[in-house]
Ligand binder design. Structure first.
Ligand code: AMP
Length: 214
């Protein structure tokens, strides 16, 4: 059982790689972004509270996301956890360290997915996902089939995120550089950081991560 963090700016491909690790290694993906969108879709009080913050591209409070992660860690995961989009601040990183220690778990690797900013804008502004199975599509590089059906599950439910536009992306990138990128130094100093090139083809990134995880 291994527990890892996927670290990188929005559009680096964290979600795509996490889905692959779930399928091939039986790991459990913990995406705080997905959890927050789910809370919004369910119309919960918390979901309503964070909707505008997310749409602007700002980070929600540490307290909220740490609470979400605490619940999930308590449920356990046989194949280990993939932390995707969490932690995003030094406070969250410290809290994750404490939560794992309390549960007797350890972090095996923090994988940085390195990409350049110009690529992120193109990746994010053309992005959509299948509402049925979560398959990720892109207007230019992986468009939907002409019949509008997902090649993976057949659903016709095309979802685009409200924060996948150029304005919100600017804020999301700024939040990343100000608050999340210091985690690279934090985990480097702990000896946990591994870096893979996130700009190469999806299968090559999969192989690079596979090599890191052994
Ligand atoms: P993501 O799906 O990871 O791109 O997250 C979408 C949005 O949810 C982010 O832009 C933030 O507004 C919020 N969010 C997700 N994860 C976190 C986190 N760990 N800390 C703070 N805000 C988060």
């Amino acid at each position: 059982m291994i527990n890892i963090i996927l670290l990188g700016p929005p559009g680096a491909g964290k979600g795509t790689q996490a889905r692959h690790l779930v399928e091939t290694r039986g790991m459990v993906q913990l995406s705080t972004g997905d959890m927050l969108r789910e809370a919004q879709a369910n119309g919960s009080e918390m979901g309503k509270k964070v909707a505008a913050v997310i749409e602007r591209g700002e980070l929600v409070t540490d307290e909220i996301v740490i609470g979400l992660i605490r619940e999930k860690i308590a449920e356990g995961a046989k194949g280990g956890f993939i932390f995707d989009g969490f932690p995003r601040t030094l406070g969250q990183a410290d809290a994750l360290g404490d939560l794992l220690a309390e549960t007797g778990l350890k972090l095996d690797a923090v994988i940085e997915m390195a990409v350049d900013d110009a690529a992120l804008v193109a990746r994010i502004t053309g992005r959509s996902t299948c509402g049925g199975c979560g398959e990720v599509y892109h207007d230019q590089t992986k468009p939907w089939a002409a019949d509008g059906k997902c090649t993976n599950c057949g659903s016709t439910d095309i979802k685009r995120r409200a924060d996948d536009n150029e304005d919100s992306l600017k804020t999301r990138l700024m939040e990343y550089y100000k608050k999340t990128s210091p985690l690279l130094g934090y985990y480097y100093a702990k000896g946990d950081l591994k870096s893979v090139d996130g700009l190469v083809a999806i299968d090559e990134v999969k192989a690079a991560i596979g090599k890191v995880l052994g």
